[in-house]
Design a protein around this ligand. Structure first.
Ligand SMILES: N[C@@H](CCC(=O)N[C@@H](CS)C(=O)NCC(=O)O)C(=O)O
Length: 291
């Protein structure tokens, strides 16, 4: 074990503004707005404020899946909240999500505009609103919700634990990397064993449980998340890889991954989404070519 314990916690912790880690400039020990900033609003009932991180992609995939399944009431406008620039601390965003995290949705189709934050809550809200991707049978529904909440409880160990210490911390520390790698591999094994029995996570049907888990544990097997596929021997989880590939090929997933993406190939970046035609006309390669 490297990194001998050199740190002795003081009696009362104090905020050291520059700790050197990636995202250090946006991390604060207090909540609330740092500046005034109104949110833009489009014409559709559903307004999404997000970014194409794993948590953001869950929701854009769900909305594109709903539209592909014929739920026209799921038409939406999607705006980028650039969390690297601190946009999640603008007053307009804090008003719809006091926790200052993407994704956040506002539904204007109800008598009162209704905010929904937390990606799991948004998936459940949309599934119930449209009667889709959530089984009606009580047993199947319980299984789906169990896996949805499994994801919400597990992914912080993957993102905030493993991802932080493996990819973002200012230097590599063996103890936390070891601890979180152990847990993430255990989680991958849970998923792999489940997917050895079922086509999708919660059974034969593709549900919001798949949409929640896939952008984290599915994408992890490709190396596109934290560049950690080799380190985790992620390709050894063959059932997860099979499930990842089947879902990655869905048209709605291909579209949903592009929405609010601000990195990667220009043809995969649709910064704002207002209309289905935007995928053909307004990705960054097209906008760049037109200007
Ligand atoms: N539990 C939340 C987590 C959301 C979350 O952590 N969002 C990140 C991006 S993936 C974020 O907005 N981070 C900005 C910040 O921490 O200031 C959810 O599932 O919606």
């Amino acid at each position: 074990m490297t990194d001998a314990a050199a740190y002795e916690p003081p009696r009362v912790w104090e905020w050291e503004r520059e700790n050197g880690g990636e995202f250090a400039s946006i991390n604060r020990p207090v909540s609330g707005a740092t500046h005034e900033a109104e949110l833009p609003r489009g014409t559709h009932p559903l307004q999404l404020y997000s970014l194409a991180t794993p948590n953001g992609v869950k929701v854009t995939v769900m909305l594109e899946e709903l539209l592909a399944a014929g739920h026209s009431g799921a038409e939406y406008d999607a705006y980028v909240v650039d969390i690297r620039e601190g946009a999640q601390f603008g007053s307009g965003f804090v008003a719809i999500n006091p926790n200052s995290k993407i994704p956040t949705l506002v539904d204007y189709s109800l008598p009162e505009p209704t905010r929904v934050f937390e990606s799991g809550a948004i998936l459940l809200y949309l599934a119930e609103k449209h009667g889709a991707f959530l089984p009606e049978d009580p047993s199947a529904r319980a299984e789906c919700l169990s896996w949805l909440f499994w994801q919400m409880g597990s992914a912080p160990y993957l993102g905030g634990g493993f991802g932080h210490f493996y990819a973002y911390a200012p230097y590599k520390m063996e103890y936390p990397i070891d601890r979180y790698t152990m847990e993430v591999k255990r989680q991958l094994d849970v998923l792999d064993k489940q997917l050895a029995e079922t086509r999708y996570v919660a059974g034969d049907a593709y549900t919001i449980a798949d949409m929640a888990i896939w952008p984290w544990y599915g994408v992890l097997t490709t190396g596109k998340l934290y560049d950690a596929a080799d380190f985790l021997a992620a390709q050894d989880y063959g059932n997860v890889v099979r499930w990842y590939e089947e879902i990655a090929a869905r048209d709605a997933v291909i579209r949903g991954r592009k929405v609010n993406r601000i990195n990667g190939p220009l043809e995969d970046q649709l910064h704002e989404r207002h209309d289905p035609s935007d995928f053909a006309l307004r990705t960054q390669d097209k906008i760049g070519a037109a200007t």
